[in-house]
Design a protein around this ligand. Structure first.
Ligand code: FES
Length: 128
């Protein structure tokens, strides 16, 4: 079974690699879905900064820069509710789909495309 799983991973990686050319994205593997706590996040430390990968109750996955647009709080330590996360510092609510601050607050944090294939999470980065 490990061979079949490995083949699935390879085909997922190949498919995503093919999309690099059309979308200008470089896809990196970011670990297993099950390693992301439900209603929480895990952090990837990348040269371009920390990226928080969130998982909600429905097992949808989202990726945002781990910096609140208010004063830089760690969104990865916030509480996920539906498709939003509440910043742990002052409670701003940020949309996980688009990184936009909700309600009266204004600001946006950079988001990244993310996909789950065969239980593995892939993050799309600008191919520059
Ligand atoms: S730093 Fe996030 S709400 Fe203030």
């Amino acid at each position: 079974m490990a061979g079949a799983h490995s083949q699935q991973q390879q085909s997922a990686a190949a498919e995503l690699a093919a999309r690099t050319e059309t979308e200008g994205l470089r896809w990196i593997e970011a670990g297993a879905l099950e390693d992301i706590p439900q209603l929480g996040a895990r952090v990837l430390r990348l040269p371009q900064g920390d990226v928080a990968i969130f998982r909600n109750r429905q097992n949808e996955v989202f990726a945002l820069r781990d910096r609140c647009p208010h004063r830089g709080g760690p969104l990865s330590q916030g509480i996920v509710c539906g498709r939003t996360v509440a910043c742990p510092l002052h409670g701003w609510v940020i949309g996980l789909n688009d990184g936009q601050a909700q309600g009266p607050d204004e600001g946006q944090v950079l988001g990244y495309p993310v996909e789950v294939r065969d239980g593995r999470v892939f993050l799309g980065l600008e191919d520059s």
